[in-house]
Design a protein around this ligand. Structure first.
Ligand code: B1M
Length: 232
């Protein structure tokens, strides 16, 4: 039996367990990640704390080694799969802590881009905050967004892009909404690792969200302002 097989997750203290989860996420071990998440929840960690301190922090390490050419696509896919296993456990718990529905958001990753972990996280956190979320998945052309916004009578459009080559597509979506005279019908929030506030402003979005928590705060703020305007 190898040294690693000897590790019993439940016997580790919180700090050791989180470190072990970083390693397990790195190695793409979905079952271990799921077990770790359940142990932390049983120790009365909040779902949000498990998400940010164990999963998101672990994925940051994976991201750095992917950037530096230490990890490659197949390995990162395994890490992403393990992360999704943990997120699936947290999703209903985050939603259950939410307030009554405060607004509706259509969200999707833009055309040409298949990264969805960050978007999924935003969706989960928004649901947890009481928003109704319609997730369009990955690789969305402009038609998908507009069709869903109208069908769902949404308040917010959320777009995600993780590649410098796909982030300009967000402007295509916003420009199309402008051309069709629909831009002002929606609050448009954008996010993704290569974006920044300046980019968000330059493409005409209402807000750039550094992370999922900022997305929730901004969404609440904009929806409250919209309701105030309508009742004035
Ligand atoms: Co990709 N990848 N990848 N990848 N990948 C990056 C983005 C990269 C930065 C890695 C690197 O080189 N360091 C790099 C982009 C470089 C660039 O554009 N300059 C890159 C590359 C190059 C590629 C490929 C081209 C690699 C290849 O094939 N040679 C390829 C592209 C495929 C495509 O999309 N067409 C590719 C493929 C993949 C995998 C499939 C292996 C996998 C994706 C699996 C999946 O998503 N299901 C993958 C992964 C996992 C990554 C990294 C390692 C991690 C991304 C992630 O999930 N982060 C990433 C490196 C990095 O970002 N450091 C990388 C965790 C997540 C929680 O954070 O997505 O930033 P993030 O989301 C945050 C915020 O940004 C924000 O809130 C989230 C939560 O806090 N946010 C929003 C995100 N979207 C939002 C939307 C909102 C609001 C906030 O709307 C309201």
């Amino acid at each position: 039996m190898s040294e690693e097989e000897d590790i019993i997750l439940a016997e580790l203290d919180d700090e050791e367990l989180v470190q072990q989860m970083f390693d397990d996420l790195y190695d793409g071990l979905r079952e271990e990640i799921e077990e770790g998440v359940n142990i932390l929840l049983a120790r009365e960690w909040t779902p949000y704390k498990v998400l940010t301190e164990a999963l998101v922090s672990g994925m940051t390490i994976v991201g750095a080694d992917f950037r530096d050419g230490i990890l490659f696509v197949p390995e990162v896919l395994l890490s992403a799969n393990a992360m999704k296993g943990g997120m699936a456990i947290l999703k209903p718990l985050l939603a259950a802590t939410g307030a009554p529905q405060v607004g509706k958001m259509v969200i999707g990753t833009v055309k040409g881009d298949i990264h969805d972990i960050g978007k999924n996280l935003v969706s989960m956190m928004m649901e947890g905050a009481g928003f109704d979320v319609v997730d369009l998945g990955i690789n969305n052309p402009v038609e998908n967004y507009i069709e869903a916004l109208e069908r769902e009578n949404a308040d917010i459009l959320g777009m995600s892009a993780l590649l410098t080559t796909t982030m300009p597509y967000m402007k295509v979506v916003i420009d199309t909404l402008i051309e069709q005279g629909k831009r002002d019908d929606y609050i448009i929030l954008v996010g993704g690792a290569p974006l920044n506030e300046e980019f968000g402003k330059a493409i005409g979005a209402d807000g750039y969200c550094r992370d999922a928590a900022v997305a929730v705060e901004m969404a609440k703020d904009f929806v409250a302002r919209k309701h105030n305007r309508m009742s004035a």
